[in-house]
Design a protein. Structure first.
Length: 266
């Protein structure tokens, strides 16, 4: 279906399970999560980010009243800045959201309908991942005094769209954030191996990470990437022993003692 759309990204809240930090402002893979969500809506006529003031190029800022008051006040504030007939409503902590994930939602729009919402692999509606017709959404907001997005948006749903992969993965806890970082690491490892012509199956990533961690703590931070590079050179030249990683890990763990002995040698 044709029809221009704006995007409203809810990037406020108090993130209690993350210790009250600015959750959308946390970095995953070199960019903040809210920057990643903004990048997922390149076709939006206007992108409205609701929450604390952020220096994001090309976006309109809005603030819910009261600050941190929840998703319904945030949506109300964001919708005031919307001028298109449709709005994509998104959470600000979706680190794996991509433009391709929004395509089936946008294609599922139908004239006169209220909107469509994404559902995850378990069939659960993701109320902060959907596309809504603005006129009925504004009307529903005018007569709504509840706090739940489900209560507001549920009666407007005209379609539910299953999305593959990690489109709806959000970061509510430190474990979620750790998983997001590890997924980025997996992607980087696969891409780097492809670029270098290396079989990913030959790379014991966890052992290498443990090695560099041991070197960073036991020797010095700059020694960690240097050690990984030297290990790579040895592997490439065929001079590395089969237990090279274990040897280097042990060496780093005993570095303080080895250094003391070296400095006291006559």
């Amino acid at each position: 279906m044709s029809g221009g759309y704006d995007a409203v990204i809810l990037a406020g809240g108090q993130a209690r399970r993350l210790g009250g930090v600015d959750k959308p402002g946390l970095a995953v893979g070199g960019r903040t999560m809210v920057e990643r969500v903004v990048a997922a809506v390149p076709g939006a006529l206007r992108v409205v980010v609701v929450g604390p003031e952020r220096r994001l190029a090309g976006v309109v800022s809005a603030r819910e009243d009261p600050p941190g008051g929840g998703p319904v006040p945030a949506l109300r504030a964001g919708l005031r800045e919307v001028t298109a007939p449709w709005v994509v409503l998104l959470a600000g902590d979706l680190p794996f959201l991509a433009p391709a994930h929004l395509t089936p939602l946008l294609e599922a729009r139908t004239p006169g309908a209220g909107g469509v919402v994404a559902v995850d692999a378990g069939g659960r509606e993701q109320w902060l991942l959907g596309v809504w017709r603005v006129a009925p959404l504004r009307a529903a907001l005018d007569g709504y005094d509840g706090r739940s997005l489900r209560g507001l948006l549920g009666p407007l749903v005209a379609g539910r769209v299953p999305l593959p992969g990690r489109a709806s993965f959000d970061c509510d806890t430190m474990d979620d954030l750790k998983e997001a970082h590890m997924n980025v690491l997996n992607e980087w490892t696969a891409l780097a191996c492809k670029e270098l012509g290396i079989d990913p199956a030959r790379v014991d990533r966890d052992a290498i990470l443990d090695l560099t961690k041991e070197v960073a703590h036991g020797v010095a931070r700059p020694a960690a990437p240097l050690t990984a590079y030297l290990l790579g050179l040895a592997e490439g030249s065929g001079t590395a022993p089969a237990d090279a990683v274990a040897r280097l890990t042990t060496l780093a763990g005993n570095w303080a003692q080895a250094t003391a002995e070296t400095l006291t040698d006559d």
